[in-house]
Design a protein around this ligand. Structure first.
Ligand SMILES: [Zn+2]
Length: 179
């Protein structure tokens, strides 16, 4: 197992160079990490780049070890340039777990909260937590990096109403993590 530092975080990868992310992929990951809100940095400790035939097939996360796992294949997909959106989605899950975002949003019962919880999601897993992780990813990409989403649910007013819910959650209103 090879290990390098990526913007303050350990990034492990297979020894086989063909299974490692390229220097360009690592630069994108590094730029992505720069966008993480300071209060969320403690939710992450380790990033693992996994071989193409390994698990997970795309991205995965483990709150107990604050680890994000990324399959080698996702580094080459279009949505992960110029920012690694798969990484941001997985970080969204870790932030959700640390700050209880999903349970907060579920208790709101406002039209904006319902819109967020009913946003369509494409992925292997489903449920409210996937919507929260997507919203977190879109917030970083759209608002913090200023890159307009191609997803209609995150354009203009539709995006703003969903981001308002996220920003009202403990992940943005409470400092420090309870994890
Ligand atoms: Zn997910």
């Amino acid at each position: 197992m090879a290990m390098i530092w990526c913007n303050g975080f350990q990034l492990t990868m297979p020894d086989d160079e063909d299974e490692q992310p390229t220097a360009g992929h690592i630069a994108i990951l590094s730029s992505t990490i720069e966008l993480i809100p300071f209060r969320h940095l403690a939710c992450l400790r380790l990033i693992e780049a996994r071989p193409r035939r390994g698990h997970p097939r795309r991205g995965g996360h483990d709150p107990s070890t604050r680890t994000i796992r990324l399959n080698r294949n996702i580094f080459s997909s279009r949505e992960n340039d110029p920012l690694n959106q798969t990484f941001l989605h997985e970080l969204g899950h870790l932030v959700d777990r640390a700050f209880g975002v999903t349970s907060f949003v579920r208790r709101l019962h406002t039209p904006d909260a319902e819109a967020l919880l009913n946003t369509s999601h494409t992925g292997d897993t489903n449920g409210a937590g996937e919507r929260i992780a997507d919203c977190y990813m879109h917030y970083i990409v759209n608002v913090l990096a200023g890159i307009r989403s191609t997803n209609r649910a995150y354009q203009d007013g539709e995006g703003e109403r969903r981001f308002r819910v996220l920003l009202a959650s403990p992940a943005f209103t409470r400092s420090g993590s309870s994890a």
